[in-house]
Design a protein around this ligand. Structure first.
Ligand SMILES: C[S@@+](CC[C@H](N)C(=O)[O-])C[C@H]1O[C@@H](n2cnc3c(N)ncnc32)[C@H](O)[C@@H]1O
Length: 171
């Protein structure tokens, strides 16, 4: 299932309706752990953020594996992939008003790599697009947290894609 929100309260509510104790959760854009703290402690939680503000506060959540890094970087996704190869829930909040194109790309790359059962995205632009678009009636739909018609796209095409997408982010 894929869920969208803009209001942070709705984002947390959508997550809490989907997450179960024991789940593996990848959270992108955890900031200082406001949403992270709402996950059951029995979850296997990997949280990523590139803000220096996150470091000390995320350290306090000693049951969470925190990675400081840019979620657009291949080395960051590879670091997470060394820890887990799939997840139950992918939560993405890079800032509700953040560029929707970037957030969608991050969703596409991370979800096709980790194949979550559920993805929850907080982004106004994607929500506005979803609420405004009228489809052609062709039945492309996913019950999973990733785009099922692209289910074979994973790490190898992702590497190529990252090169095309963010050459300036390469070391
Ligand atoms: C609105 S805050 C997240 C709030 C958090 N989800 C909560 O519920 O408290 C957005 C976070 O996304 C992080 N962020 C934005 N772009 C990022 C990127 N490319 N890589 C990693 N973190 C990013 C920012 O550093 C910021 O901490």
């Amino acid at each position: 299932m894929i869920k969208l929100s803009y209001d942070v309260k709705k984002y947390r509510e959508q997550i809490s309706n989907l997450v179960m104790p024991g789940d593996t959760v990848i959270e992108l854009g955890c900031h200082v752990g406001g949403t992270t703290k709402t996950f059951p402690k029995e979850c296997n939680i990997i949280a990523v953020d590139n803000s220096p503000e996150s470091i000390d506060q995320m350290k306090e959540l000693d049951y969470v594996k925190f990675i400081q890094g840019d979620v657009r970087r291949h080395d960051v996704i590879a670091e997470v992939f060394k820890i887990v190869q799939s997840c139950d829930l992918l939560a993405i909040d890079l800032g509700g008003g953040y560029h929707p194109d970037t957030v969608f790309k991050v969703f596409y790359i991370w979800s096709s790599t980790f194949k979550p059962r559920h993805t929850v995205i907080r982004n106004r632009g994607i929500l506005e697009f979803f609420n405004s678009a009228h489809g052609s009636g062709e039945e492309y739909k996913s019950d999973e947290g990733y785009l099922e018609t692209y289910h074979d796209s994973g790490i190898p095409p992702l590497i190529k894609e990252f090169d095309l997408w963010t050459p300036s982010l390469k070391k």
